[in-house]
Design a protein around this ligand. Structure first.
Ligand SMILES: [Zn+2]
Length: 112
């Protein structure tokens, strides 16, 4: 993913609006590009700061930790999705093997 694309996804990221593919590309880029990470921190601080002012509960809330938490949450979400896909694949494989097994047993019954 290019820096330009990542910049366009910063606000959607903060609002939890990215799909799986966008989130993966976004987080991978943020890990390796300090410019975009800095940009994200600035946007996040401004966005959450404004939200806090609007909601009138803006105390000494640590925005940097909150951002790190959101990034971690994104990574966990991607891992969960990945785990689910592996599980689904394993289950499908087992079902197919079970079906093949049943067919082989059936053929043996017919042939012998
Ligand atoms: Zn970048």
């Amino acid at each position: 993913m290019e820096c330009k694309e990542v910049e366009a996804l910063i606000i959607p990221f903060i609002k939890y609006e990215l799909n799986e593919e966008q989130l993966q590309g976004f987080l991978n880029h943020i890990e390796t590009c300090s410019n975009c990470k800095e940009e994200l921190e600035i946007y996040y601080t401004v966005y959450e700061g404004m939200k806090g002012l609007d909601e009138d509960d803006f105390t000494t809330y640590n925005l940097k930790d909150a951002l790190l938490y959101q990034i971690e949450k994104g990574k966990i979400y991607l891992k969960e999705i990945h785990g689910y896909k592996v599980f689904k694949y394993a289950l499908t494989t087992l079902c197919v093997l079970g079906l093949i097994d049943s067919l082989l047993i059936q053929f043996r019954i017919w042939l012998l």
